[in-house]
Design a protein around this ligand. Structure first.
Ligand code: PLP
Length: 402
């Protein structure tokens, strides 16, 4: 059996025709920039997350850049963010001229460690960008109260967490600004790049909208340097078809996660991801990824030669000596047709692009540990029970017969 990490096949057999019709409507309308599809999507997305304003843009990365610029964060400013995330979170901070200050994560839920925030705040700190990584909402109550006490802004990186809730509220509605990505493999995916910024503040909404169109409050009048970062009309049309299906897809993701949690329970050398108990209705995991930790140094599998990423890492002084168990489990799974992905093999603070910041391989211990242990199992709404049982049976065999 072959189990892909992600597949659009079944989704296309269900809504492919509707998507084609939506794209055709845009082509026939001749309205390629802005227009009804974009307006409708922005309104429906704002309604679905429960926020006053949603502004479409080119990508999740642009959403972060627009948010930072709207808050007037730039040169000389510091922004606190986890290093265990996709590179774009930090890249956006650097690209507006500010400095990312990395904090470690909690091993339990892989999210920014709240207790380390106070250690890194300086007079230059302007904001925190917490990441709802893999779809798991971070404790926004704590983040917002810390931010208020310290006079900081909060930009939520919701790229992986559309649909997730903290204390009954959607991610992206409690911080000052929320940033969403509609990259195809996110919970709500377009057929290309797309993103959105959410806020309840009318002044911020206005600024974000202007910055996304060349800092232009009215035609050919530019008050500041902005970007060309609009939500494409064709992508908006696709998102308008998909948005009503998001609750169903989230239910399916949740069901898949609960089956993994049940079938993989109690295996030696394996840590399962954090989840909310059934009684905790006010918190909802978005399950964009189901990420296990392979912690057993005893699992060796057949081959222990490092994979490509660990070879690259060696040349940058990154100690990945503990990733062998994870890497060999991944290889053994692949031989059985089970495709897994490592999010993320190299922490952001040790990327060559951030060498100048001077972090070393013992700067953020938990982040480093996770990078050598995490493995993402296939999870997407259309994954079948049969496929899931196969994945779990193979993992069980590999770990128990080791
Ligand atoms: C995907 C992602 C982004 C960037 O979104 P794009 O739409 O790909 O630009 C930012 N942060 C995180 C955590 C992401 O997963």
């Amino acid at each position: 059996m072959q189990v892909p990490p992600f597949s659009f096949d079944k989704q296309l057999s269900e809504i492919g025709q509707e998507l084609e019709a939506a794209v055709n409507r845009v082509i026939q309308s001749g309205n390629y920039i802005g227009g009804e599809e974009v307006k409708n999507f922005e309104q429906s997305f704002a309604d679905s997350v429960g926020v006053s304003y949603a502004i479409g843009c080119n990508s999740g990365t642009d959403a972060l850049v627009l948010a930072l610029r709207a808050l007037r964060i730039g040169k000389g400013d510091e922004v606190i963010t986890p290093s265990f995330s996709f590179f774009a979170t930090a890249e956006a901070i650097s690209n507006v001229g500010a400095k990312p200050v990395f904090v470690d994560v909690d091993l339990k839920n892989y999210l920014l460690d709240l207790s380390s925030l106070k250690k890194v705040v300086t007079p230059a700190t302007k904001a925190i960008i917490p990441v709802h990584l893999f779809g798991c909402p971070i404790d926004m109550t704590e983040i917002v109260s810390f931010a208020k006490e310290n006079g900081l802004k909060v930009i939520e990186d919701c790229a992986q967490a559309a649909g997730a809730l903290w204390d009954g509220k959607s991610v992206g509605t409690v911080g000052d600004i929320g940033c969403f990505s509609f990259f195809p493999t996110k919970n709500l995916g377009a057929a290309g790049d797309a993103g959105a910024v959410t806020t309840n503040d009318p002044e911020l909404a206005r600024r974000i909208r202007e910055l996304a169109v060349h800092g232009m409050p009215r035609r050919y009048f530019h008050t500041e340097l902005g970007y060309n970062s609009r939500l494409d009309a064709i992508q908006a049309a696709i998102l308008n078809v998909k948005l009503p299906l998001l609750p169903l897809w989230l239910d399916q993701r949740e069901k898949i996660a609960s089956i993994y949690l049940e079938l993989l329970d109690g295996l030696p050398g394996l840590e399962l991801p954090f989840y909310f108990n059934k009684g905790e209705h006010k918190n909802k995991h978005g399950w964009n990824q189901f990420v296990i930790r392979v912690t057993s140094p005893s699992f060796r599998g057949r081959e222990i030669s490092g994979n490509q990423s660990s070879k690259e890492l060696k040349s940058f002084d990154v100690d990945l000596s503990n990733s062998n168990a994870r890497d060999s489990l991944q290889k053994s799974l692949l031989k059985k047709g089970v495709n897994t992905i490592i999010y993320y093999p190299i922490p952001i603070h040790l990327q060559p692009a951030y060498k100048h910041l001077g972090y070393t391989s013992d700067s953020l211990v938990n982040t480093q540990k996770l990078c050598s242990e995490v493995l993402s199992l296939p999870i997407f709404p259309e994954l079948t029970l049969n496929e899931q049982e196969y994945v779990c049976r193979i993992i069980r065999e590999l770990l128990e017969n080791n």
